[in-house]
Design a binder for this molecule. Structure first.
Ligand code: FE2
Ligand code: FE2
Length: 406
């Protein structure tokens, strides 16, 4: 490895160690009490669940606050899933990288990052679970701890077969990259792209704390967003150094290595294909989310009837709105930043360098997909939805069936 690359890695690792937010995140999360900050916004207003949709327009100030808190809860539930996978692949990649003579520093960097992710996950889950218990008496967007081979996107366009196939691919990638320095290095291209996506939103969430008139008394979730953003900046730097610099010191990839690397980036494009009317900046497949939104609308927070809740879902998701337009813009912005990120990686196929799969989505295509999704949602549940809401166990079972169908 060249001296300059070694030096870049050294600076990034040393600074991350010096500024490490693990302890302060643990302490801050432990102090969280929903009643202390439930009357304040935690994110800029546009980062609220279903912001800029008919639901937002007709919500009371208190409901708007809750939608803002729910954005935080849902957003970080996605981050938790991605970080569980990151911890595993940091470890398998470190195994693949440690096979080289002078790569110890990279492995030490990854060890530090993995332990930071565990603190991040703890902070997100501590807060999210408490909020959901307080609002609904049960978990909605939060889920029990899970392993690294589940679908990374919490709400994806998937079914049992696709989920199974994804799991096999992830396990296989972990296995071969642990014994292949090129693939271990290349994992950081995918990690870099995913972190870029996170940075787009998390930068705005962390700014909210920085611009708070009294940051010391700012709501704890806003503080967590800020600390997290700072840790992630170092993670992004290491992804970039490894995937852009370190990779050049390895022999050129074989045809097989190129194939696996390209499939990884293509999978990332596939995961980031959709944009969501409910969550600006998270590329969820909305039909898989309708059931959750239905619960929120039926809950004491909105107290809607069965037919009002369904009608609201139809209006919010299947029609163009300011919220959906903003999400589309974030999707475009993300795509552009991914393109720049992978521009110089010669081993990538053109459709990966140009992000043309992601580029195929459009407002018209999204709306057509939402309408199809809504028809299936309504048709599948029909009149039963109301009954299901009353019986939690039954509802849970049917919800899982629904999610495995869409
Ligand atoms: Fe993190
Ligand atoms: Fe990270």
């Amino acid at each position: 490895m060249k001296q300059t690359t070694q030096r870049k890695l050294q600076i990034n690792h040393t600074r991350n160690k010096q500024q490490d937010h693990t302890a302060v995140m643990d302490e801050t999360a432990a102090k969280f009490r929903y009643e202390d900050c439930q009357n304040e916004y935690w994110n800029p207003e546009e980062f609220s669940l279903l912001h800029g949709t008919p639901l937002w327009e007709q919500s009371t100030p208190t409901q708007k606050l809750i939608l803002n808190h729910l954005y935080w809860v849902a957003y970080y539930s996605q981050i938790v899933s991605a970080e569980i996978a990151t911890i595993y692949f940091n470890q398998t990649s470190a195994a693949g990288l440690y096979a080289q003579e002078d790569f110890r520093l990279i492995c030490d960097t990854l060890d530090l990052e993995s332990s930071q992710e565990r603190a991040h996950i703890n902070a997100f889950r501590t807060i999210a679970k408490q909020v959901e218990q307080a609002l609904f008496g049960k978990l909605i967007f939060t889920y029990p701890m899970r392993g690294p081979f589940t679908e990374t996107m919490v709400y994806a366009d998937t079914n049992a077969l696709k989920t199974w196939w994804k799991k096999i691919q992830l396990q296989y990638f972990g296995l071969i990259s642990a014994n292949n320095t090129f693939l271990a290095c290349q994992y950081f291209t995918v990690r870099g792209v995913r972190t870029l996506n996170g940075k787009l939103v998390q930068h705005k969430l962390s700014n909210y704390y920085q611009k708070h008139p009294q940051p010391e008394v700012a709501p704890i979730p806003a503080k967590i967003s800020y600390y997290h953003f700072l840790d992630e900046s170092f993670h992004f730097n290491s992804s970039t150094i490894i995937s852009h610099d370190v990779i050049n010191f390895l022999p050129a990839p074989t045809a097989f290595e190129r194939l696996v690397a390209n499939l990884g980036v293509l999978g990332c494009q596939r995961d980031h294909f959709h944009f969501s009317a409910a969550m600006n900046g998270i590329f969820w497949y909305d039909p898989a989310l309708y059931g959750k939104i239905y619960y929120v609308l039926r809950s004491p927070v909105f107290e809607m009837s069965d037919s009002d809740a369904k009608e609201m879902i139809r209006r919010c998701f299947t029609k163009e709105s300011e919220g959906l337009n903003r999400s589309f813009l974030t999707h475009q912005e993300a795509m552009e930043s991914y393109r720049i990120y992978v521009e110089k990686l010669g081993y990538l196929w053109r459709r990966n360098r140009e992000m043309s799969l992601m580029g195929c989505n459009s407002m018209a295509r999204c709306l057509a997909m939402q309408r199809r999704g809504f028809r299936r949602f309504e048709g599948y549940f029909g009149e039963e939805l109301e009954d299901l809401f009353l019986s939690h166990a039954k509802a849970q079972r049917r919800k899982e069936e629904w999610e495995s169908l869409v």
